[in-house]
Design a protein around this ligand. Structure first.
Ligand code: Z15
Length: 823
């Protein structure tokens, strides 16, 4: 341990930086088979990456043997998604060798930035849930909590988005086409994963009835590790991603019969399991292949967990003292019946002992209350793919409902609400109910969201298990989301308050008094302007549009979803356009409104809103009266590496979801941490951001969560707002009548209709006027740059709570019951 800690003292020696240049040249030849005199950026990026990685392997092995020797309890973070983005700068940042590396790379004739741009993002996730998992891995290893990420190595990550004639087009993201220098493939480790077949009863030698799963189709899982360096390289962990390989005996009989192609077909099909990430964010499609992916992750992971555990233990009875498993949403919840199956059918335990071990091992994080995102699987599908698990689920449910019935005699409605099996509309397994019953702790991801779980979605469970449902507010890692993405601001902060903030974000509070120092405010404003200039260059390159860094940069970057209300933002833009047209000489605050985000390929309404943004942009940006006052752009292919350019350059962060719908949000934290002011509803973690930064330093507007709920109950009438607000009426009529789509007048009717005729479920009409007023307050404040910068500083200064280091420590102490090693 102490040996490892000392490593960070002298990075030059520890990481043999004097040899780095030679190593890069050596790797050019030995690993890449390239001539070192070649000037190909991609080759040099790879050679650098391998040279950096090899410096960590040794530390990684030492960290792992520390964990082994101390018999520390391990945390397994199971997630169908990780969204790490690029690795190079993260490795260099956490190793503390960015500046040294920049020099060495310069001597080779490159800038570090140009090599950085050669890397493809690892886009193995859709959005917030996957990115949260990656932030948590960074925080776990940086704080010396023995943890691992377990997930799937998709051949194709989240699709590449391009915009063609204003519409989203999807292209496949073949991110490893040219190899990935970060992955360490374990060709010699293979686990067998079973599917289909049937559950068979037999009698063991003591005459007890037992079960075995037979006649299965098998696929092999091969692990691929990606190292996760802790900050200061205190420790190095890894995420282990599984890839599907056909099993060797796959359809041996077909081979023997001479049906070579038939046998190969089965082989290819089995390897499809890890081919592609499902691109739906918060929407269940219910495809068999997706359920296969989930079980594939779970089965391979548990074989690995038990193998590691049994190296140091003789009995599985102490599993919960040595292993904590966190389920990132219900996606890996099939782990609960899987562990039951392993303990009973493979290791011979009885139900009660197995169930006790199970429920002391698992904890479940809920990330949404949207009904369309809650996973339910048809019993016939689950029972065909995983027949033994289906049996176990029925038995879990039978015993569970027996307990509920004893506590609430005669309350059959409650029983049917709480049942793991949904009966109406064909039997389905409710994965959230299964996850709650099978876990010792369930958590929401922001205070408001956890409250909604307790009093709304999971109310019955909260009454039955009064301490099970709790809150852990999300966080983001300050390493990637300030230090790495915003060098200008990081430098200023470190100069002013020292470097400790990046491991103790609460230290940022020391910036509060500096908000009153005009020289500091100037320096703060200069850093922001520098970032805005960099982004302007990027925008010019990407969409051939010049934007003015001296205008207010108003940003909404997130997945496209109706509940996130990008449309409300567009309605504000159209209103500004109208005001300028009505009064071309009016004195208005010049704005650049930027959007980015992917729509699920099958989500018609979200795609139509992308089109609307682009058509509004076309009209606005071409108008001579508007020039210099309002610009609008949609940046294609929002991803982690783009976020790292966008977030530091924002003045205004749009967090405007319908109250009660955004579980937490984490973009809200990243933007505020980088000095953006937030305009937002009292939703998700916005509530806590307001508490931290002070109501006077944030623009809060609109209905509150309980008001949204009341309005839904009492009958909400969107037309009332249309009739009573002329400015709103004009906006709606322009959208509905084809003002922005002259060649196709009805193009945006579905947008108009959803608000005017289909009930405006997300209540944009009700929040329009309050939003306009909040935006007017934004405009006014921006004209007073001194005040604006003061508030910008106070926002960043008060973001300490939203470090993922704090979140992870809450999980560690309150849920996993692990302590940082060596403390
Ligand atoms: C996802 O990204 C989130 C929730 C989900 O249920 C799924 Cl399937 C994907 C997001 C929430 O929408 C967001 O509010 C939250 O900050 C994030 O998870 C991380 O908890």
């Amino acid at each position: 341990m102490s040996r490892v800690c000392k490593m960070s003292k002298n990075v030059r020696e520890v990481f043999r930086l004097d040899e780095l240049k030679d190593d890069i040249r050596r790797n050019m030849v030995a690993l890449l088979g390239n001539d070192p005199r070649s000037k190909r950026k991609f080759s040099y990026y790879n050679a650098l990456a391998y040279s950096v990685r090899e410096r960590l392997v040794d530390l990684w092995m030492r960290t792992q043997s520390d964990y082994y020797d101390s018999m520390a309890k391990r945390v397994y973070y199971l997630s169908m998604e990780f969204l790490p983005g690029r690795f190079l700068m993260n490795y260099l940042t956490n190793m503390g060798i960015v500046d040294e590396c920049r020099e060495i790379v310069a001597e080779l004739g490159f800038s570090l930035e140009e090599l950085e741009e050669e890397e493809w993002d690892a886009g193995l996730g859709n959005g917030g849930l996957g990115r949260l998992a990656s932030c948590y891995l960074d925080s776990m290893v940086s704080q010396n909590i023995p943890g691992y990420g377990y997930g799937i190595l998709y051949d194709y990550g989240i699709f590449y988005q391009s915009i063609v004639n204003g519409n989203q087009e999807e292209r496949c993201d073949n991110w490893r086409r040219h190899g990935c220098p970060w992955e360490i493939t374990r060709l010699d480790t293979l686990y067998e994963v079973k599917f289909y077949g049937r559950s068979e009863t037999y009698y063991d030698s003591d005459g007890n009835v037992r079960f075995r799963w037979v006649d299965t189709e098998n696929v092999m899982a091969m692990p691929c590790d990606i190292l996760i360096p802790g900050y200061g390289c205190s420790h190095v962990s890894n995420m282990r991603l599984w890839t599907a390989q056909s099993s060797r005996e796959f359809n041996l009989s077909d081979f023997n019969r001479g049906d070579y192609i038939g046998a190969m077909h089965g082989k290819v099909m089995s390897e499809n399991i890890t081919k592609v990430l499902y691109p739906n964010d918060q929407f269940l499609q219910g495809m068999e292949l997706r359920l296969k992916q989930q079980y594939f992750l779970v089965s391979a992971t548990f074989q690995d967990i038990l193998r590691r555990y049994l190296k140091q233990h003789t009995s599985l009875a102490a599993l919960p003292e040595a292993v904590a498993v966190q389920l990132n949403d219900t996606h890996p919840a099939i782990a609960i019946p899987e562990l039951m199956r392993l303990l009973m059918d493979v290791y011979g335990m009885g139900w009660d002992v197995a169930w006790d071990i199970c429920t002391r091992t698992f904890a479940y994080t809920n990330h949404t209350v949207l009904p369309e995102a809650l996973e339910t699987w048809p019993v016939d599908l689950l029972g065909r793919l995983l027949p033994r698990h289906m049996q176990i689920i029925y038995e879990i449910n039978r015993r569970f409902l027996e307990g509920v019935a004893a506590t609430f005699p005669g309350d059959t409605e409650r029983l049917s609400r709480m049942s793991v099996i949904q009966e109406e509309g064909g039997q389905r397994v409710r994965m959230a109910n299964l996850a709650i019953v099978g876990s010792h702790t369930v958590n929401g991801v922001a205070a408001l969201h956890s409250n909604i779980l307790q009093t709304g979605l999971f109310r019955d469970f909260h009454e039955y298990y009064p301490r099970k449902i709790r809150n852990v507010t999300n966080g983001v890692t300050p390493r990637r989301w300030l230090m790495q993405c915003n060098p200008a601001l990081s430098r200023l902060i470190t100069q002013s308050i020292g470097p400790e903030w990046c491991c103790n974000l609460e230290k940022l509070r020391e910036l509060v008094p500096l908000a009153e120092d005009s020289a500091f405010r100037d320096a703060w404003a200069r850093a922001k302007l520098e970032n805005k200039r960099l982004l302007s260059r990027y925008v010019l390159r990407k969409v051939q549009m010049g934007i003015n860094p001296n205008t207010l940069f108003d940003m909404q970057f997130k997945r496209m979803h109706e509940y996130k209300r990008q449309l409300l933002n567009v309605m504000h833009v159209i209103s500004l356009f109208n005001r300028i047209k009505d009064n071309p000489s009016a004195d208005i605050t010049p704005r650049t409104v930027l959007f980015g985000g992917k729509a699920a390929p099958g989500y018609y309404q979200a795609k139509l809103i992308i089109r609307l943004i682009n058509e509004v942009a076309r009209v606005v940006n071409a108008d001579a009266d508007v020039a210099g006052r309002l610009r609008v752009a949609f940046l294609p292919n929002y991803c982690i590496s783009q976020a790292e350019k966008v977030v530091p350059a924002a003045d205004l962060s749009e967090q405007i979801s319908t109250a009660g719908m955004e579980a937490s949000g984490t973009g809200n934290m990243k933007f505020a941490l980088n000095g953006a002011l937030t305009i937002g509803t009292l939703d998700g973690a916005n509530v806590e951001i307001m508490e931290e930064v002070g109501a006077e330093n944030i623009f809060i507007f609109g209905l509150k969560a309980h008001e949204v709920a009341e309005k839904r109950r009492s009958g909400y009438n969107p037309r009332e707002f249309y009739e009573n607000d002329a400015e709103l009426r004009r906006v709606m009529d322009m959208i509905g009548s084809g003002f922005f789509s002259p060649d196709e007048r009805g193009l945006f009717s579905p947008v108009y209709d959803s608000l005017m005729h289909h009930g405006d479920y997300y209540m944009l009409m009700a929040d329009y006027r309050p939003y306009m007023e909040a935006q007017a307050a934004v405009d006014a404040l921006y004209l007073d740059q001194d005040q604006w910068v003061r508030k910008s500083i106070l926002n960043a200064a008060n973001m300490g709570k939203f470090s993922s280091d704090r979140s992870v420590m809450e999980y560690a102490r309150g849920i996993w019951h692990v302590e940082p090693l060596g403390k």
